[in-house]
Design a protein around this ligand. Structure first.
Ligand SMILES: [Zn+2]
Ligand SMILES: [Zn+2]
Ligand SMILES: [Zn+2]
Length: 267
């Protein structure tokens, strides 16, 4: 059996989702399915293991759409609502498996999980109706189901957050700068998923021009821009991007050899 690592874009949209409630712009009215964007999230699959990156408010719809029947771990990038507020939908998975789901993220992010969703950890009156989660703060590379997961420090406005690298794939959403030390950890990528919010500059996200520059610096074989706003029209703007750089869309997936995804053998 070949060792593969699969990634699926569960959501390619910015925090509002696209269409935006109440908006009549051409992208929000578009019939191109690639212009319909749920909130930002991705799924990594290795063997029988499903690793979810973030729990968007659209997690339930994403899980039904992609037929995700189990979640074996969650990696959180940061605690903003568009990346976390689907956390309650994890209960379907933990109830089904009968096991707690391991959840990884920075100390700061997991502190916010505990504070913002205290009912999950403190409300023992209805234990059957809450997700069962075990929180594991991480700062350095760690092993998960035989994969080496590398947290990649990013700057999101003034907030330090994590992207994640696993073997040939890096997922870097919500960033306005990438520290030099993080760039060092992003060499030899097959696939880079990168924040590219819109065309106008933004305080806390790369715009498309910045994302193109960063993508070319990192030099992955292909780059998918995600966290897209309704300024970005897939059929119109996608073909204008430089070679190897594409607009992500919901449901997009790629299977790669899991080359370099295994932890170094301990001696
Ligand atoms: Zn719109
Ligand atoms: Zn954010
Ligand atoms: Zn976001």
């Amino acid at each position: 059996m070949t060792d593969r690592l699969d990634i699926t874009i569960l959501g390619s949209g910015t925090s509002t989702g696209i269409p935006v409630i109440g908006c009549n712009c051409p992208v929000c009215r578009s019939t191109d399915p690639r212009n319909r964007r749920t909130r930002c999230s991705a799924l990594l699959q290795h063997g029988t293991h499903n690793i979810l990156i973030d729990t968007s408010p659209d997690l339930r719809l994403q899980a039904l759409r992609e037929n995700i029947r189990h979640v074996d771990a969650v990696l959180y990038t940061h605690s903003h609502a568009d990346h976390m507020h689907g956390i309650d939908d994890l209960r379907s998975f933990s109830l089904h498996s009968g096991k707690p789901i391991p959840v990884y993220g920075s100390t700061r992010t997991l502190k916010r999980v505990r504070e913002n969703f205290s009912y999950i950890f403190d409300d023992l009156d209805q234990p059957g109706y809450i997700p069962k989660l075990n929180l594991y703060p991480v700062e350095i590379p760690f092993e998960l189901f035989g994969l080496l997961i590398i947290p990649i420090p990013l700057v999101h406005g003034r907030l330090p957050i994590f992207g994640y690298r696993c073997g040939p794939i890096a997922y870097l959403t919500d960033c306005s700068a990438i520290p030099e030390s993080s760039l060092e950890q992003l060499k030899d990528l097959e696939l880079l998923v990168l924040d590219g919010l819109r065309f106008k500059p933004h305080n806390t996200h790369f715009n498309i021009d910045q994302a193109i520059q960063v993508a070319q610096t990192i030099g992955a074989r292909q780059t998918w821009l995600t966290h897209l706003s309704h300024d970005v029209d897939h059929p119109c703007h996608g073909p204008q991007l430089p070679e190897g750089i594409h607009l992500a869309y919901d449901g997009q997936s790629l299977s790669l050899p899991a080359h370099g995804a295994s932890p170094p053998v301990k001696s």
